[in-house]
Design a protein around this ligand. Structure first.
Ligand SMILES: [Zn+2]
Length: 71
């Protein structure tokens, strides 16, 4: 039972963190909901491949994180 509760807690924490992350990001321009899950973008600064739902957009360019995004 302890393991199951721990697992459920981890899933819940991950889900909340993901919701918070999305909520904190400015709404990115997306082609469509279906494509968004499959497309990988390349960071305009360091070239890292990023899943579409984690892309940080700035002036229509994708970035992997706030560290790469120009201020
Ligand atoms: Zn980057």
């Amino acid at each position: 039972m302890g393991v199951v509760r721990f697992f459920l807690l981890m899933v819940a924490a991950w889900w909340v963190a993901r919701l918070l992350w999305r909520w904190l990001q400015p709404a990115p321009p997306r082609p469509s909901q279906e494509d968004a899950a499959h497309i990988l973008s390349r960071c305009s600064r360091c070239g890292t491949l990023i899943p579409q739902d984690l892309v940080v957009w700035h002036e229509d360019r994708p970035y992997c994180s706030l560290a790469c995004r120009p201020s």
